[in-house]
Design a protein around this ligand. Structure first.
Ligand code: ZN
Length: 184
């Protein structure tokens, strides 16, 4: 039987989301588990793909709601240093909530032969959710690393996770579960 081919999608673990313009203490709290997940993925040759906000200054629609953040080319739009972006990782810049919207993420996943995406990062009920929506609609299986994603509040987090499970059939796994699977 052909094994599922998995990739990790790390959503918006950027300076502006963790310590900058839209800083979030709960985002900071998931950094150690996320780093563990990424290290395990790289060891197991599971591709790590960063879906990063890279907004155009003064233009992007999201600013109407959130104010300016993660402007392309600024420090705020860089992956937080704790996650140590590696040479073999992929970076897909995005200008909307979803990692798929007007980006080449779908093309990249197809060329990597991926059929299952593991979602991590911020925020469970927003960019992670919108990325999951497109992943579902494009036919990917979805796993959520429950202790490597979060939201501004516990309520938003629980709502986000439940929505992903109920609406997109996402499997909810902890980082430890995923690492064990890859070490088999
Ligand atoms: Zn944004």
């Amino acid at each position: 039987m052909k094994e599922n081919k998995t990739a990790i999608l790390v959503v918006d673990m950027l300076n502006d989301f963790v310590t900058g313009a839209l800083k979030c203490d709960r985002g900071l709290a998931i950094v150690p588990k996320t780093a563990e997940l990424l290290q395990g993925a790289r060891r197991a040759n599971v591709p790590v793909i960063f879906c990063n906000d890279a907004h155009l200054k003064g233009i992007d629609r999201e600013f109407e709601v959130w104010g300016e953040h993660a402007i392309a080319g600024t420090k705020g739009a860089e992956v937080i240093p704790e996650l140590g972006l590696c040479k073999k990782d992929y970076v897909v810049p995005k200008r909307r909530y979803s990692g798929f919207f007007h980006t080449d993420l779908d093309l990249l996943l197809r060329e990597l032969g991926v059929d299952t995406v593991v979602l991590t990062g911020l925020h469970a009920h927003m960019c992670v959710r919108h990325t999951a929506a497109d992943a579902f609609q494009l036919g990917y299986h979805i796993v959520v690393a429950t202790d490597a994603t979060d939201s501004f509040t516990e309520e938003d987090y629980l709502y986000g996770i439940k929505y992903l499970h109920d609406v997109y059939g996402a499997k909810l796994s902890t980082v430890d579960d995923l690492l064990k699977e890859w070490e088999k």
